[in-house]
Design a protein around this ligand. Sequence first.
Ligand SMILES: Cc1cc2nc3c(=O)[nH]c(=O)nc-3n(C[C@H](O)[C@H](O)[C@H](O)COP(=O)(O)OP(=O)(O)OC[C@H]3O[C@@H](n4cnc5c(N)ncnc54)[C@H](O)[C@@H]3O)c2cc1C
Length: 468
Amino acid sequence: MSSWSSSVVNGGVSFWFADDGLPDVREPLTGDGHADVVIVGGGYTGLWTAYYLKKAAPFLRITVLEQKFCGYGASGRNGGWLYNGVAGRDRYAKLHGQEAAVRLQRAMNDTVDEVVRVAAEEGIDADVHKGGVLEVARTPAQLARLKAFHEHELAFGEKDRELYGARETAERVRVADAVGSSWTPHGARLNPAKLVKGLAAAVEALGVTIHEATPVTEIRPKHAVTPYGTVRAPYVLRCTEGFTASLKGQRRTWLPMNSSMIATEPLTDEQWAGVGWAGRETLGDMAHAYMYAQRTADGRIALGGRGVPYRFGSRTDNDGRTQPETVQALRDVLVGFFPALAGVRIEHAWSGVLGVPRDWCASVTLDRTTGLGWAGGYVGSGVATANLAARTLTDLVRFDSGQAGPTGLTALPWVGHKVRKWEPEPLRWLGVQGMYATYRTADRRELLSHSARSSRLARVADRVSGRG
Ligand SMILES: Cc1cc2nc3c(=O)[nH]c(=O)nc-3n(C[C@H](O)[C@H](O)[C@H](O)COP(=O)(O)OP(=O)(O)OC[C@H]3O[C@@H](n4cnc5c(N)ncnc54)[C@H](O)[C@@H]3O)c2cc1C
């Protein structure tokens, strides 16, 4: 491995936590207890659900059980793209009609502003900057996909989306070889760990009980079982996303998929002058093995993409430790985008897990007969989606318990969506490895062929994985 890698901090949950400081862990559960609602998992989904439920019904006794500390999962490790993408929208259009999917998309657009609003109202300083989302194309095939993607988004009601040529793209961010881009205003950059820490504090201040260092081993109707005791409640909500497979009976529900990131040292003013990026848009591309990046509040580039995508047997996490090949691959992406930054130090590398349902559709469910609920399967788009899912879960609980009637959120097409389970091993592992190898090959072929046609390989991988 080359010399640039010797100073990289690897793991430690994430750069965001390393920079801002790991939190003091709250008291674990000590013995059996009762609540009106038990929430398993202290990420955005669990905490936003606790937040909205308690705001709507302050009398509710709500307990959050978190295996490590709030934000330990993807919520404290992500790329900080607060944006309006939601996994599965197109499938929901096929299943429930375009109008229903447009309602979901509108709700997502509003959710970006909702998170910004509540963060401000609660005094959570999460380095939020609403500069929109810029997605660039760097090959003819990517450009063709970008244009199709742009048109497709317009059809879902995004009238304020803009398409740029090479020159206009460079005026925003000077990405090498960029031939075009699509920009939407419905996105903001943020510091994920600051958001989740602030949210946990806000929830606690409202009177919600949070127990950390408390792993739930089993969820069954009206029970959340831990090694330290069982909490009983009429409603038990599973908000465990990429870790869901470790719960009894859930091994094949959502596949834990890895995503990895690197953060550079802070760039100099001169380096920033070369890069541009004054608008601090979140930045992505149209490659099949796509990347995502942000300009951080302290002037670094944090950039992510697929690492080793999936570990055999749905194993999840190692405090974010990342394989050296992945760090190298992400650095190559960075330098490919910004060749002048070849000498920039990578200071931190980390990984986290996403939850991927068999049909790649995020969903929210409350089973009215058992009181069990869950939300997730966001794939790589959960920063905003978790907020919408949490508000939806809140409305479902309030409706079911007779506190309120149905709402616009309870009628969204992702509510109550059912999906089959993933295949048993080794098929699961083979399938995911094969899919990502295929995406990488497809990107290489497109680069070499200069063709405007998307590689057929990628379409095959989409179909096989259930994504297309
Ligand atoms: C590297 C990376 C980059 C990403 N970038 C983006 C991005 O830029 N934009 C975007 O929209 N999305 C992004 N995502 C996805 C997004 O971060 C997630 O979808 C979102 O944070 C999910 O929130 P959550 O609360 O559902 O899950 P999590 O944040 O994973 O929270 C689940 C929590 O449950 C706890 N838990 C799990 N099992 C148990 C148990 N048995 N008992 C008790 N507690 C348990 C975990 O410790 C964890 O704290 C990224 C994800 C990763 C990994």
